[in-house]
Design a protein around this ligand. Structure first.
Ligand code: OAD
Length: 238
């Protein structure tokens, strides 16, 4: 692999594919959640208003699956990159918290976190790691209101600060490494293009082609664990 730049200002941008080898299904590929379920019934504010129990059953099952999963080598190497190189950032679309469990600290979560809950009545937000949940739908300890998952649903805005920070980081990146995302959900999917426009070298790790492939300086057509080993070795040796 040819060295594109010097070290520093390295950004990882991850999607569901980075957690696939931990046994967590992706959304759009074969075995993907949105192949089996309709997101309109499960991941929109309207769906939650219509049937909070159904929505929570779906999230409770995902939370149980995630609780049993372990971070894989790709998560671990991304965390190690943060400890090893200067100015490493991580922007993730994932809600599973596996990057945190792998030791990453400097994380922007664009789509929220599945372990966060928020009261729809009083707005209180807290972490809740109960899996399975004792009560579905869960209720707020303070006001008895309905709790909702702390994730971003279709039709909702991304957290403002997280998105602004992500844009800033993308703009100043020298290397922008896209791992395991189909890059189909906006505005997140725009970030590699923003980085490219500002001169970053784009590295993509994905067994499949995506819209990012066209602008990638380096395409690693491999799974995240194997691809990250390659990228880490390369970053160490440039
Ligand atoms: P997708 O399911 O759309 O895409 C997963 C990508 O990972 C695909 O491009 C696969 O080819 C790739 N992939 C599969 N296995 C892999 C592996 N072992 N290693 C590396 N790559 C692999 O997931 P996202 O792009 O993350 O939004 O989806 C974006 C958003 O859509 C999610 O955050 C979620 C979903 O609806 C919300 O929940 C708001």
């Amino acid at each position: 692999m040819e060295a594109p730049v010097r070290k520093g200002y390295i950004t990882f941008f991850t999607g569901a594919g980075v957690s696939a080898e931990s046994g967590i299904p992706t959304f759009r590929g074969s075995g993907g959640l949105w192949r089996k379920y309709n997101p309109v019934d499960l991941a929109t504010p309207e769906a939650f208003r219509r049937n909070p129990t159904l929505v929570w059953e779906f999230y409770d099952e995902r939370r149980q699956n995630i609780a049993k999963a372990e971070p894989n080598k790709a998560h671990l190497l991304i965390a190690e990159a943060e400890r090893t190189f200067p100015l490493v950032s991580l922007i993730t679309q994932n809600v599973d918290g596996l990057h945190q469990r792998a030791g990453s600290k400097n994380i922007i979560e664009l789509h929220g976190n599945i372990w966060k809950v928020r009261c729809v009545s009083c707005g209180k937000e807290e972490m809740n790691y109960e899996a399975p949940l004792k009560e579905i739908p869960p209720r707020c300890d303070d006001c008895g209101g309905l709790l909702r998952p702390g994730v971003v649903w279709f039709g909702e805005a991304l957290p403002y600060d997280a998105l602004q920070n992500a844009y800033e980081i993308a703009k100043r990146s020298k290397v922008f490494i896209v791992v395991g995302t189909s890059c189909q959900v906006f505005p997140a999917a725009e970030l590699p293009f923003v980085a490219k426009e500002k001169g970053a070298k784009i590295i993509e790790i994905n067994p499949e082609e995506t819209p990012v492939t066209e602008i990638a300086d380096i395409s690693i057509r491999k799974k995240a664990t194997e691809g990250m080993e390659e990228v880490f070795y390369y970053l160490k040796n440039v």
